[in-house]
Design a protein. Structure first.
Length: 284
């Protein structure tokens, strides 16, 4: 009801996105509508998968995934982590993709389950090899526990985005002109949207794993925190700070309302409009 009232207020206010929003009530209504309603389907997004919930839910999952425990524990934590981020991707992606022969959402769920399982296996694989072949040298410990987790998590985060949103570049997404009129369906726009989202997700979680590990190396050498509990507290504080700082950076790397030049689109779209730039919903 609150969301419906907010959207009704926006409709009655007569303001557009190009005009400044001066009234606080209108501004709050705009933010509520933007964060809780999918721009393509007009459906209300579940509370746990809205952008404001992303940080408080993903933070503890990132922290437990960084503990570097046994392989089975690492697999479980990363499975839960990728399950949440993949669900977030699925519910906040472009919603204009259609296919006649199958349900796009069912295919995305099926692909998502496979991508989650694969990503969790890859995250736990270095620990499996280390334990199976008793590789306990300092160099192995450094590579497996310090160097590999960040690029692996970043790559797997990007991988799950590409897999679960693959129907967007297989079937195309709707592109619009400046007035919001749908001009056509473009696979190239879908590919651009998925690629940008995957890159932003890789930067977000890769940096969140890598930077605290580097900083903790200097903390341990300088002996700022002398007890294991103090080291754990410092590590949690660093991860929290880096994730909170990188989240707005990741979301703002590419605009949610993506732009693509007409010349970069399919010939049938190029011939159907005179607009030099067209727009699409990139998703989050």
């Amino acid at each position: 009801d609150e969301i419906r009232r907010a959207r009704l207020l926006l409709e009655n206010s007569g303001r557009t996105l190009s005009e400044p929003i001066q009234n606080d009530q209108t501004k709050q209504a705009f933010l509520l509508s933007l964060s809780s309603v999918h721009p393509d389907t007009d459906k209300i997004t579940p509370v746990l998968f809205r952008p404001p919930a992303f940080l408080p839910i993903s933070l503890p999952l990132v922290i437990v995934s960084s503990l570097q425990l046994q392989a089975k524990h690492n697999f479980f934590y990363q499975f839960v982590f990728h399950t949440y981020t993949t669900g977030f991707t699925l519910l906040n992606g472009n919603g204009t993709t259609k296919a006649e022969e199958y349900s796009v959402q069912q295919k995305q769920i099926f692909y998502g389950l496979g991508a989650i399982s694969y990503a969790a296996c890859i995250g736990a694989l270095p620990f499996v090899f280390m334990n199976r072949y008793t590789l306990k040298s300092p160099l192995t410990q450094l590579v497996v526990k310090k160097l590999l987790p960040a690029p692996l998590l970043g790559l797997m985060s990007a991988f799950t985005v590409v897999v679960v949103r693959s129907p967007e570049f297989e079937n195309g997404i709707e592109v619009m002109d400046r007035n919001g009129k749908v001009v056509g369906v473009s696979q190239k726009a879908g590919e651009k949207a998925v690629k940008e989202t995957a890159l932003s997700r890789a930067v977000l979680f890769g940096t969140t794993f890598f930077l605290p590990s580097v900083l903790m190396h200097f903390v341990e050498r300088a002996k700022f925190a002398k007890t294991p509990r103090a080291l754990a507290s410092v590590r949690m504080l660093m991860i929290t700070s880096v994730l909170a700082g990188m989240l707005p950076v990741s979301l703002s790397m590419f605009p949610q309302c993506g732009e693509i030049k007409r010349a970069d689109l399919e010939p049938e779209i190029v011939s159907s409009t005179e607009e030099t730039e067209l727009f699409y919903n990139r998703g989050i």
